[in-house]
Design a binder for this molecule. Structure first.
Ligand SMILES: *[C@@H]1O[C@H](CO)[C@@H](O)[C@H](O)[C@H]1NC(C)=O
Ligand SMILES: *[C@@H]1O[C@H](CO)[C@@H](O)[C@H](O)[C@H]1NC(C)=O
Ligand SMILES: *[C@@H]1O[C@H](CO)[C@@H](O)[C@H](O)[C@H]1NC(C)=O
Ligand SMILES: *[C@@H]1O[C@H](CO)[C@@H](O)[C@H](O)[C@H]1NC(C)=O
Ligand SMILES: *[C@@H]1O[C@H](CO)[C@@H](O)[C@H](O)[C@H]1NC(C)=O
Ligand SMILES: *[C@@H]1O[C@H](CO)[C@@H](O)[C@H](O)[C@H]1NC(C)=O
Length: 444
């Protein structure tokens, strides 16, 4: 589709979050490859993605590779030269209008498929295998021809598994469960030439500019539009990562030996590793890795976290003497009146909490301080911290519990126990295992 220059109407007032360093391409692309100062190879006769002309469409595939399309060319991943589209997808036309990867858990024959749009037609592919060509009004009734952009929105982020289609100043939201289309006009999200859901974040590209938006309200956080060349690709002399990063490098590099402060999984299956005011999402590893500031997802939260756990559809953070509680939904919302004192809220009178965990289906919160494991029943009032058990670790950084057992994180390793009881009674430690390898998909 054509680039619409100078017709933007962007609200830059509302919302959450910043977009941050180290866009990761394929899970195979290591941190080092992405951050080394090499440019995209440029091949004569092929365009350079850093030329500022933007993209016709952007989508991921079923392996988590991100593709950027313009004219008859495609760029694979966040670095690498242009190739002809028809080298990978021989029957696709050049200059596609839009593309997206379907998330549709109720329709496994469409789930994870890529859809490419041009004019009044849509092509369905599973990876590089063609699965059909359709008219848009047959395949997606209610969606117009000649689209600007499209992207998926899974349940949890939208109310139901859905797809956003963008054309001119209208957003068409197709609910895949009820097959109904709702039209929206979002002032910040108009004339998208390409759209992308990356991890759980939503972006509308207008040429080389991009704007993040909230998939439920359409709100745009402060600071947009930004230039894709600083975030989604390596371009000479550009990139927010070229700013001074020496001091923070080991924080953003998920494979560095720097310890993590805490781990947690919420009731919606989202799992996180926290490190010094930043977090990594673990369950979206297929699509890549990225360190985000914690306040971009949990408003008002900054810095190192001592304890985190999920209970009753809420996420709890302990930081020194303070407790933050967030309602768990598509977004996390800080409950009014918080932060409050951990002592009055949980009966924990120390500011030396090292880690906390709660096992699924239980109301017993475990608190680790030094080599002491104590628990408090969240359903009882007043909350009183029970007497301690000595564990065989003098210090832990973080802890979490799921249906498989209890995980304690210490430096670069973790220890797995079958249950809190086993943790309280074991005299020896289980075999240490590598956090980077098991949790962060690092080579070693
Ligand atoms: C997060 O905190 C940083 C400063 O630490 C601030 O610049 C940024 O605007 C905050 N972001 C949000 C969404 O509050
Ligand atoms: C790269 O990723 C693909 C898909 O996840 C996997 O099949 C392949 O084994 C990986 N290759 C390497 C070298 O890790
Ligand atoms: C692929 O696309 C290029 C550019 O549009 C065209 O010149 C070439 O003939 C196409 N190749 C095939 C096999 O269709
Ligand atoms: C990109 O955004 C900047 C403002 O940040 C604006 O001046 C520029 O015109 C935009 N470019 C395009 C191609 O929309
Ligand atoms: C980069 O950060 C280091 C450590 O924080 C500091 O010593 C150095 O002066 C900074 N360099 C620039 C160019 O800001
Ligand atoms: C518990 O978490 C570990 C580590 O992320 C994971 O390997 C395991 O599959 C999880 N167990 C369940 C039942 O989800």
């Amino acid at each position: 589709m054509k680039l619409l220059l100078g017709v933007l109407c962007l609200s830059s007032a509302l919302g959450l979050s910043v977009s941050y360093p180290w866009m990761k391409g394929h899970p195979n692309i290591t941190y080092d490859e992405m951050t080394k100062d090499h440019q995209h190879p440029i091949i004569a006769g092929f365009p350079n993605r850093c030329d500022g002309l933007g993209f016709d469409a952007i989508t991921l595939d079923e392996l988590g590779v991100t593709y950027f399309f313009r004219d008859e060319f495609v760029w694979k991943g966040f670095r690498g030269p242009a190739e002809l589209i028809n080298k990978t997808w021989p029957s696709l036309p050049g200059q596609i209008d839009a593309a997206f990867r379907m998330h549709h858990k109720n329709s496994l024959e469409q789930h994870d498929r890529m859809f490419f749009f041009k004019g009044n037609e849509v092509w369905q592919y599973y990876g590089t295998v063609p699965e059909g060509k359709f008219l848009i009004h047959d395949k997606f009734p209610g969606i117009p021809d000649n689209l600007g952009a499209a992207t998926e929105c899974p349940v949890g982020e939208c109310g139901m598994d859905s797809v956003f289609f963008f054309k001119d100043d209208t957003v068409y939201m197709l609910d895949l469960i009820t097959n109904t289309v709702k039209e929206k006009t979002w002032s910040g999200i108009q004339h998208c030439t390409a759209a992308l859901r990356w991890m759980d974040r939503y972006y509308c590209f207008q040429g080389t500019n991009f704007t993040r938006f909230n998939p439920v309200s359409g709100e745009v956080p402060d600071g947009y539009p930004k230039d894709a060349r600083d975030y989604f690709m390596r371009c000479e002399g550009r990139g927010h990562w070229s700013k001074n990063r020496t001091s923070a490098d080991s924080i953003y590099n998920r494979c560095s030996k720097r310890p993590f402060d805490e781990f947690n999984e919420d009731e919606l299956g989202r799992s996180y590793a926290f490190r010094e005011g930043w977090y990594f999402r673990l369950d979206t590893r297929r699509d890549g890795w990225h360190a985000w500031p914690v306040n971009s997802t949990w408003p008002s939260l900054h810095g190192k976290i001592d304890g985190v756990f999920s209970w009753n559809n809420k996420m709890y953070f302990i930081q020194g003497s303070q407790l933050f509680i967030y309602k768990t939904g598509a977004l996390y919302t800080l409950i009014k009146g918080y932060p409050k004192a951990v002592s009055t809220e949980l009966g924990i009178h120390s500011t030396d909490v090292d880690a906390t965990f709660i096992c699924p289906g239980s109301s017993l919160l475990y608190v680790i301080m030094g080599n002491q494991l104590q628990s408090v029943n969240l359903e009882k009032a007043p909350k009183v911290l029970g007497s301690g058990f000595r564990i065989s670790h003098t210090h832990v950084d973080g802890a979490m519990c799921n249906a498989s057992g209890v995980y304690l994180f210490v430096g670069t390793v973790f220890y797995k126990y079958d249950s809190p009881d086993q943790l309280a009674t074991w005299l020896n430690k289980p075999v240490p295992q590598n956090i980077a390898q098991h949790f962060m998909s690092c080579p070693h």
